[in-house]
Write a protein that binds this ligand. Structure first.
Ligand code: DX5
Ligand code: ZN
Length: 218
């Protein structure tokens, strides 16, 4: 049986550095596989969140894979910082750039030796990703509208996961938003490999929450 990977979202821990350090330590001690840096610029999204300066400080404190989700309008302007300060996977949104710029940015991230993901927001047609699938390592499927933690899972994500999985057996599929012990198994059955979790892990005992999310796929 395929193992599922849990990526704990940074968003519930807010913008205070000591809260971020405390939370990162907690999730890494209690079973999360990756730390999901939710970067919001206050332009693509309504609110702003943490940026690369946090990654710079947290990198030396952690052995977890750093999974950076850039919810920003100009990922091409900031990506070098995320490469430099220790992201392992860098994901940007398909909605914010034209095709030629998307292709350039994919190349740049790969050339730097990082994994590259493309994210599809809740109201974006999944077919838009098809032509990029052979060029990227991961597809991030949003199951809520980007911008805040604690929203309810939208089942349309399950169809999108299946669409990608049918086209490509090997690509990593990450799902993000409203993941809990009920929605996690649905995503795993549909073909997801990586589950991002914000409020479910943050508001529960971390160890129990991670085990519940992994279920039989732990
Ligand atoms: C939303 C972020 C998510 C979010 C997940 O814009 O990309 O990563 O923090 O939080 P929950 O799991 O609470 O929906
Ligand atoms: Zn995210």
């Amino acid at each position: 049986m395929k193992k599922v990977v849990i990526s704990a979202s940074s968003l519930p821990a807010g913008r205070n550095m000591s809260s971020q350090i405390e939370y990162l330590n907690r999730v890494q001690n209690y079973g999360a596989d990756m730390y999901h840096f939710d970067v919001m610029d206050g332009s693509y999204t309504r609110y702003q969140s943490i940026d690369y300066t946090y990654i710079e400080q947290l990198r030396e404190k952690s052995v977890l894979l750093f999974d950076t989700h850039l919810m920003v309008n100009e990922p091409d302007k900031v990506v070098s910082k995320y490469i430099k300060y220790g992201s392992d996977i860098i994901t940007f949104h398909i909605e914010v750039l034209q095709e030629d710029k998307i292709l350039q940015l994919i190349k740049k991230i790969k050339k730097a030796g990082k994994m590259v993901g493309l994210a599809v927001d809740l109201n974006t047609d999944i077919e838009q990703i098809d032509k990029y699938l052979d060029k990227i390592n991961m597809v991030l499927i949003m199951s809520v509208q980007t911008g805040k933690t604690g929203q309810e899972f939208d089942k349309s994500a399950l169809k999108k996961i299946k669409h990608v999985r049918n086209l490509n057996k090997d690509i990593l599929i990450e799902v993000d938003g409203g993941i809990n012990d009920k929605t996690a198994p649905q995503c795993i059955r549909a073909g997801a490999d990586i589950l991002v979790s914000g409020s479910y892990i943050y508001n529960n005992d971390v160890y129990d929450a991670v085990q519940n999310l992994k279920g039989k796929n732990g």
